[in-house]
Design a protein around this ligand. Structure first.
Ligand code: PRX
Length: 658
């Protein structure tokens, strides 16, 4: 039984009356209902009102939505704008010029601050440098950098010029990086010599070099390197440039390139149910509008807030709620280079106290690991820190169990801060279903109600609504501005994955869900072969293809099992080409395979359990019986039909857990 279903059964309401809306969120449940009705009755007016009020346009749009070529929706037709103007330039004239935009805290605790005025200057200087090198609108740039002020500068410099960026998480291997360079056809890479995390130095430029050497990267003209550690690195002087050298002597201002509303701001790769990651393509105007609207609604933003989202910019959360949303709102935000457990598990609480964070947005996996640490060592418990600056807490990336929710609510929020359990996806661009701070009550484990404009529903396989308290597919029935625009280079996959014909053209999220009698949504986990490990999406097929590309592996099946800390853990069932290994030999091969996966995909995809067998259980038509494997991996009783399996003892006795 999934965590979400369990939580549904132990449902309990928590009154949210301690919180008074004092920022830009919707002030009451009644106003929320009114807005929902407004968008239902006057779709165009609703969206056009927000788009004109919240965004600065160089040319105003002539039509809100062009749906003549579904599902290729076009928002804010004929409009032009620039994302960085909306995140930076606007603050020079609205009183925020000297306000701190970013408080950066490094892995070892050093703090750097930058104002909106200076951030714009840096973005402009870097953009001018890129322009001098010949980069222009429509070029593609891979960004492979640590959390830093520089990664924000890099993203915005691209956006300034209309260069489409694709940020690759620094934990991905050079092989994954290579795959993404080729898929997007990048001509530019921005990276760093090293990244520092948890007291360790991890090389990034070396991974870029390895990716380029692996072939077909002739399109790459330059590699620009942010100097983080300053150690010697390999250097190709005809191609490589230091970021600070490029910025030197450039003008402080760079004319923004105004782009069409639909111009791709970025492509971000994520896992799906095939072996190949998909490049989720987002727009400029619609994406930014949704980022800004959700910032205001979910977090009840006030001018004096200090916002901290602990995600990495390599994921969608780091795009929407670090690189774009907070800056569009003129907020002061904390950006953190390190990890929550270094130098010890009090790091988050110390940082909240130090920077007087008022909105804290993190992932359940981090909370779970900090609960464990503080159970073992009272000195790292949040009780020891002054967290009274907090107003709102957030959770993202995976279901938060009621127990974890309650701990977070009590020990971090002191029972005063509503928890925004935000359900959304790389594809949705921003929050979709999440408790607004004005809700009268919260339900631990439920992401609650859809935001106004989001027509969420639970349907069966023919697209019909299912009754309350019945599981089904989570769909969004109407388009919204932040939605995915395409899968880069694969329109067919875009249509079949997200808008299958049998679901009447609704957006299919890929999650199972149910709705209770109060209309609150309960997410029941993925319905496809996608795992969620520590809030990160991993495709089982991707890991399987990587495993079978190892010379000793004949067959592999990857499934997820529940795990106390990471939510789900990767379990690999392996059939070797030669004899099935046992004892020490099995332990050694398992280690080899884990390292192999770290190189092929990245350390996050390493299997936690490896189980060797003689063959994989398959149906008569040759399909791997994943449900059976899932039952074996989770130690459940096997109550399904196993009559087609010749030898049920195939996996009986050798499992290695790391
Ligand atoms: O299964 C859902 C889960 O994470 C998936 C999206 O993953 P990704 O595109 O990497 O984006 C993560 C950050 C938004 C969803 O399909 N998920 C995300 N948020 C929640 C969640 N599951 C339950 N509750 C959530 N709040």
């Amino acid at each position: 039984m999934s965590n979400a279903i369990q939580s549904f059964l132990t449902e309990n309401k928590v009154l949210n009356t301690n919180y008074n809306v004092s920022g830009e969120s919707i002030s009451s449940y009644e106003s929320y209902k009114k807005l929902c009705l407004e968008v239902e009755n006057n779709f165009d007016e609703f969206w056009s009102g927000y788009a004109t009020d919240l965004l600065s346009w160089s040319k105003i749009f002539t039509k809100v939505l062009d749906d003549s070529n579904k599902p290729h929706y076009k928002w804010f037709v004929d409009g032009s704008m620039n994302v960085t103007v909306n995140c930076l330039d606007i603050h020079l004239t609205n009183g925020n010029a000297n306000k701190i935009a970013i408080i950066f805290e490094s892995d070892d605790g050093e703090v750097l601050k930058i104002t909106y005025k200076d951030l714009l200057k840096r973005v402009c200087k870097f953009a001018n440098g890129l322009k001098n090198l010949g980069y222009k609108i429509g070029d593609k740039c891979i960004i492979y950098m640590p959390m830093s002020i520089e990664v924000i500068v890099a993203m915005h410099a691209c956006a300034r010029l209309g260069i489409i960026h694709s940020v690759v998480f620094g934990g991905f291997s050079s092989k994954s990086l290579h795959e993404r360079i080729l898929d997007i056809g990048a001509s530019l890479i921005i990276t760093s010599d090293y990244q520092k995390r948890g007291g360790k130095k991890i090389p990034l430029k070396a991974a870029v070099d390895a990716a380029i050497i692996s072939g077909n990267c002739e399109s790459i003209k330059n590699v620009i390197v942010y100097k983080r550690a300053g150690d010697d690195i390999n250097w190709l002087s005809s191609r490589d440039l230091w970021m600070d050298d490029l910025e030197k002597n450039q003008l402080d201002y760079c004319e923004p390139v105004f782009v069409n509303s639909e111009h791709p701001l970025f492509v971000l790769y994520t896992s799906g149910s095939t072996g190949k990651p998909k490049g989720i393509q987002h727009s400029s105007a619609g994406y930014l509008l949704w980022a800004k609207m959700t910032m205001r609604w979910t977090f009840d933003i006030r001018g004096d807030d200090v916002f901290w989202c602990t995600a990495d910019v390599g994921w969608i959360t780091g795009h929407t709620y670090i690189a774009y949303g907070p800056l569009s709102m003129g907020l002061t935000q904390v950006i953190f280079e390190g990890i929550p457990t270094y130098p010890n598990s009090a790091r988050f609480w110390k940082m909240i106290e130090r920077h007087k964070v008022s909105i804290f947005y993190t992932a359940p996996t981090a909370i779970r690991s900090l609960i464990k640490s503080s159970d073992n060592d009272r000195s790292v418990h949040p009780d020891n820190f002054d967290l009274s600056s907090l107003r709102i807490l957030g959770s993202v990336g995976e279901p938060i169990s009621p127990d974890t929710w309650r701990w977070y609510y009590k020990n971090v929020g002191n029972e005063n801060c509503p928890i925004a359990d935000t359900w959304w996806q790389t594809e949705t661009g921003g929050h979709m279903i999440t408790p607004l701070p004005c809700l009268n009550y919260l339900k631990p484990g439920s992401c609650s109600l859809p935001l106004p404009g989001i027509c969420a529903a639970v349907v069966d396989e023919s697209g019909e609504d299912v009754p309350n308290s019945t599981g089904g597919f989570l769909v969004i029935k109407k388009p919204w501005p932040g939605m995915i625009r395409n899968i880069w280079g694969n329109t067919d996959r875009f249509i079949t994955s997200y808008f299958p014909e049998e679901l009447h053209g609704y957006y299919l999220a890929g999650d199972g869900a149910q709705r209770d009698n109060d209309g609150y949504f309960w997410i029941m986990g993925r319905i496809d072969d996608v795992l969620n490990v520590s809030g990160h999406r991993l495709g089982t097929m991707e890991i399987e293809s990587a495993l079978v590309s190892h010379s000793k592996v004949s067959e592999a099946a990857v499934i997820g099992r529940s795990d106390d800390t990471t939510g789900e853990a990767v379990v690999a069932f392996i059939v070797m080409k030669g004899e099935r290994p046992y004892n020490d030999e099995a332990i050694n091969i398992a280690k080899e395979l884990r390292n192999w996966i770290a190189c092929e995909i990245g350390p996050i995809a390493k299997p936690k359990d490896i189980i060797f067998g003689d063959s994989l259980p398959k149906t008569r038509s040759g399909k791997i019986m994943r449900r059976l494997l899932r039952a074996i991996a989770n130690g459940e009783n096997i109550n399904q039909d196993t009559s087609t399996i010749e030898n049920m003892s195939i996996f009986d006795n050798f499992s290695i857990t790391f």
